[in-house]
Design a protein around this ligand. Structure first.
Ligand code: I3P
Length: 128
């Protein structure tokens, strides 16, 4: 069972609901399309899942969920980006491949936690 393998080799750092839009793909700008996304930080990846209505922290299992996409955090850059949106509490995640995402939450403390946790994973990956 892959779920078990994932649990053995990587640490589930954080999971929760954020608003997400992709704004660039390989450096090419995309039109914004904000949607709620179930976001899971596991190992060196940020994984996005669709249909957050059926996903709660206690019921989430890697084995019975379908990831929409995932982001390798090695070499990624994180920055606050309130200038890039009319929404509050927005940060931008840029991957080495030039994909850019905005992530947002109405809850100040929650978005700060996400920012700090993702940044600590990025920092850790620099050293290994
Ligand atoms: C966009 C939509 C986005 C908005 C974006 C608009 O319009 O309203 O929510 O981003 O602003 O262009 P449309 O639905 O017609 O694509 P924010 O909510 O982040 O402000 P932008 O073009 O200034 O990025």
């Amino acid at each position: 069972e892959w779920g078990g393998v994932v649990c053995v080799f990587s640490e589930l750092e954080k999971a929760g609901l954020l608003n997400k839009t992709k704004i660039a793909e390989g450096g090419r700008k995309l039109r914004k399309n904000w949607n709620p996304s179930w976001v899971v930080l596991v190992g060196n990846s940020l994984v996005f899942f669709k249909d957050p209505k059926s996903q709660t922290p206690s019921s989430w299992k890697p084995g019975n969920s379908c990831p929409e996409s995932s982001v390798d955090l090695r070499g990624a850059q994180l920055q606050w980006a309130n200038n890039l949106s009319s929404k509050k509490n927005v940060f931008k995640l840029r991957t080495v491949t030039g994909n850019e995402f905005l992530l947002q939450s109405e809850t100040d403390s929650l978005i700060r936690e996400w920012f700090n946790t993702i940044q600590s994973v990025i920092d850790r990956l620099v050293r290994c």
